[in-house]
Design a protein around this ligand. Structure first.
Ligand SMILES: O=C(O)CCC(=O)C(=O)O
Length: 294
């Protein structure tokens, strides 16, 4: 083990999540916040989301509202450096082994007063792989408490089925908790100070509410998997052949031999008609659990 304890790893394996408080240096946190400010400034004057920024439904060119910075590892040197640092990769290796590939990155803003909810879902429903050594590391830019839209997870749900994430015959990236027989009271909130990391297993059921509070909840997600976990047909994982796929190696060695594990899988197809963000596709779910924007 490089940085986690055996107790941490056992907790993650049983519960499907883990928090590691105060893992990110104050200097990195300040640099990340400055990057966020830079991208938010870019949104002024924008009339629609683009390949860099996903805008809130209530965005206005004169009153910019960003809900997500897309692929910040590609447009922010600070994020890219952090993603490749031991602050992130040491705990990742403790849980996934030495060979790790990036799936994607995103910085969900959930700004004070209006930051959008993310409906309950399992990441593995969006991108099923040949084994489930797949997880997301969240880096908290702000203190996270019950009031500002904490990430919520159902402990142990990563050992259960992949739930139905379809509505009206189309994949919507969100599940109806009631239909799946789950009670929101069983979810736990990941409350951690700024500069901490959260880790959640790709099969764990998770979501987060609208941020009505007066405090931002900015959370950078780095999603990754063991290098021998390969996407299954229909997964929302885009790459141009193996050379492109291998550019995503974060550490260790790539392989051409997927490890096949007996994991439950549902194919996230048919997809909605356009390449929309999770916020847009989840809007098709009829039984939404969380309040939408004021
Ligand atoms: O930002 C959050 O609270 C949830 C993020 C998430 O699950 C996602 O973006 O897929």
């Amino acid at each position: 083990m490089e940085c986690l304890t055996e107790t941490d790893r056992a907790f993650y394996q049983v519960q499907g999540y883990l928090t590691v408080p105060n893992r990110i240096s104050p200097e990195t946190l300040t640099a990340l916040s400055a990057e966020v400010d830079r991208f938010e400034a870019e949104a002024r004057g924008m009339t629609a989301s683009n390949e860099r920024l996903d805008l809130e439904d209530s965005h206005h060119p004169d009153a910019p509202r960003v809900r997500r910075i897309k692929r910040p590892d590609l447009i922010s040197p600070v994020v890219n450096k952090l993603m490749r640092s031991d602050a992130i990769l040491a705990p990742a290796r403790d849980l996934l082994g030495p060979d790790i590939r990036l799936h994607t990155t995103k910085l969900n803003m959930k700004k004070a007063g209006f930051g959008a909810a993310i409906e309950w879902h399992q990441d593995f429903a969006l991108y099923p792989h040949t084994n489930d050594d797949v997880l997301a590391i969240g880096i908290t830019l702000d203190d996270i408490g019950p009031e500002n839209g904490p990430l919520m997870v159902f402990p142990g749900s990563h050992k259960g089925p992949i739930h139905d994430h379809h509505a009206d015959g189309v994949f919507v990236g969100a599940m109806d908790l009631t239909a799946s027989g789950m009670d929101p009271m069983d979810a736990v909130m990941l409350e951690v100070p700024a500069g901490s990391i959260t880790i959640h297993h790709a099969r764990v059921v998770h979501g987060s509410a609208l941020n009505r509070s007066d405090r931002d909840r900015r959370l950078l997600f780095l999603e990754m998997m063991a290098a021998d976990a390969f996407p299954i047909m229909g997964a929302m994982t885009a790459f141009d052949g193996i050379a492109d796929y291998d550019t995503r190696m974060l550490c260790g060695q790539p392989t051409l031999t997927p490890r096949l594990a007996p994991v439950p899988v549902r194919i996230p197809q048919p997809q909605p008609d356009r390449n929309a963000s999770i916020y847009e596709i989840q809007a098709r779910l009829r039984a939404r659990a969380f309040e939408t924007q004021p």
